[in-house]
Write a protein that binds this ligand. Structure first.
Ligand SMILES: [Zn+2]
Length: 64
């Protein structure tokens, strides 16, 4: 496997990233189909723990 000979300095690294910084920074959020909360796409919903109609996570709800 090819191994880099020298460490790239930060300015060179940042110059490379400047072209696709939008792709790195933006995370696609979607509305949860179960609770309507904004959630990351292709991830289990943080608010209700449901993904594609299946409950994956137990969610603690405040009582009272
Ligand atoms: Zn949800």
């Amino acid at each position: 496997m090819a191994v880099p000979k020298q460490r790239q300095n930060s300015s060179r690294r940042d110059r490379r990233r400047s072209h696709n910084i939008g792709k790195i920074k933006t995370q696609t959020t979607q509305k949860c189909s179960a609770c309507g909360e904004q959630k990351l796409a292709h991830r289990v919903c943080d608010a209700c723990g449901v993904y594609r109609g299946v409950q994956y996570k137990k969610v603690v709800t405040k009582v009272g």
